[in-house]
Design a binder for this molecule. Structure first.
Ligand code: SF4
Length: 377
């Protein structure tokens, strides 16, 4: 029976620090000792579903609300109906394991400078045409290499790698919800917080449960337009807005990323309306990142986002009253630094994913003493 070899993983995983573990890279670097030749599903009964008759089930994890016949799978491809029972089949079957700086998520106001033990399984509950990780998010578990690693294996590896957090990232953790939840619980037992990198396309009940056990959630806010969500992502805007309000209300640290795509979601009007909504509903201190798009997957016809578009989006959001607005995927740009919202002094100087200088002391500006929103120790 195949099982992850932890010592070997710890040796090889340094190869990946700083970069996503893509399926081909995994395959060529690790031997079959570490990667099973064919996918062995791990049947873990789903926590949120209902039986709807004739052997069918309805999944209640996300707003897709898939209705699945016996033997079938939901849209995300990682949940399967077997004899009228619904199962997550990728529990303890990560396809990516990596050690990243937390700035890569990006989370700028949550334990800056610390390492995050990052995992993903195959699958996603939406289908963005610009997905940067489509080789794992849009594939079925059978199509990507994976390892067998239980939640306690992962938490132990995070401890050995001196990571302060475990991140559920790269694909969409909502689809491997039970695996994420059990890993977060194991991490908490060892003093390691969990951070969730998500599209926030999740139903209310599972989200509320999740907010009780994780430290931070970063939401990929695709656009302030339901048309964009439906036509480009196969999702919907409204549930995402509701999720962000719930996260805020539950008191979990929240950051937002907007991948700014030329001509699709980059108009001044949309950025302004989105900034107003964020301020009104989530508050002025929620960090917002405008990040640069690179042509990929089904969207290779558009150019990379011009630097001027990102700096303009940042200026608009700041003019609408948001206090911590960043530019992303632009190493060396001033928009990746943190300035105190009270005295305006430079607090964290970054270069890409790395911190050059940090003037936040015990969560406060070391110049004027103002408390800086976030978790810094
Ligand atoms: S989690 Fe997957 S199976 Fe469940 S509703 Fe969402 S897309 Fe469908």
């Amino acid at each position: 029976m195949f099982k992850i070899n932890r010592r070997k993983f710890l040796k090889y995983s340094t190869i990946f620090s700083g970069g996503i573990v893509c399926s081909q890279l995994l395959k060529s670097t690790f031997s079959n000792e570490l990667f099973a030749k064919s996918f062995e599903p791990n049947l873990y009964e789903a926590s949120f579903y209902e039986r709807i008759g004739n052997g069918q089930v309805r999944c209640l994890i996300c707003p897709q609300k898939c209705e699945v016949n016996n033997g079938g799978r939901g849209f995300c491809g990682v949940r399967e109906n077997k004899g009228g029972k619904y199962y997550l089949i990728v529990h303890s079957r990560p396809c990516s394991i990596n050690v990243d700086p937390i700035e890569k998520k990006p989370l700028f106001h949550y334990l800056p400078g610390e390492k995050s033990f990052s995992i993903a399984t195959a699958g996603c509950n939406i289908a963005c045409k610009f997905c940067q990780n489509w080789e794992i998010s849009q594939y079925r578990p059978e199509q990507v290499p994976y390892v067998k690693a239980t939640p306690s294996d992962i938490a132990e590896m995070a401890v050995e790698k001196a990571c302060k957090t475990i991140a559920y990232t790269y694909t969409e953790p909502v689809v491997f919800y039970e695996f994420m939840r059990d890993t977060a619980i194991e991490g908490n037992k060892r003093g390691i917080k969990s951070v969730v990198i998500t599209n926030a396309f999740i139903n209310e009940k599972p989200l509320i449960e999740l907010t009780k056990i994780v430290g931070a959630i970063k939401v990929d806010f695709k656009a302030f337009s339901d048309d964009f969500y439906r036509n480009i992502c196969n999702g919907e805007l409204k549930p995402v807005l509701r999720s962000m309000e719930i996260i805020k209300k539950q008191g979990v640290h929240l950051e937002i990323v907007h991948l700014t795509i030329p001509t699709l979601n980059d108009s001044d009007k949309e950025i302004r309306e989105m900034s107003k909504w964020i301020k009104q509903n989530l508050g002025e201190y929620v960090p917002v990142h405008f990040t640069r798009f690179h042509p990929t997957y089904k969207m290779r016809n558009l150019p990379p986002t011009p630097v001027s578009t990102l700096t303009r989006a940042r200026e608009i959001a700041i003019s609408e009253g948001l206090k911590y607005v960043y530019t992303g995927n632009l190493p060396g740009n001033d928009g990746e630094n943190t300035y105190c919202h009270k005295c305006g002094k430079l607090l964290i100087k970054r270069l890409g994913f790395y911190i050059r200088e940090n003037k936040i002391k015990a969560g406060c500006c070391s110049f004027c003493g103002t408390r800086i929103p976030g978790v810094f120790t």
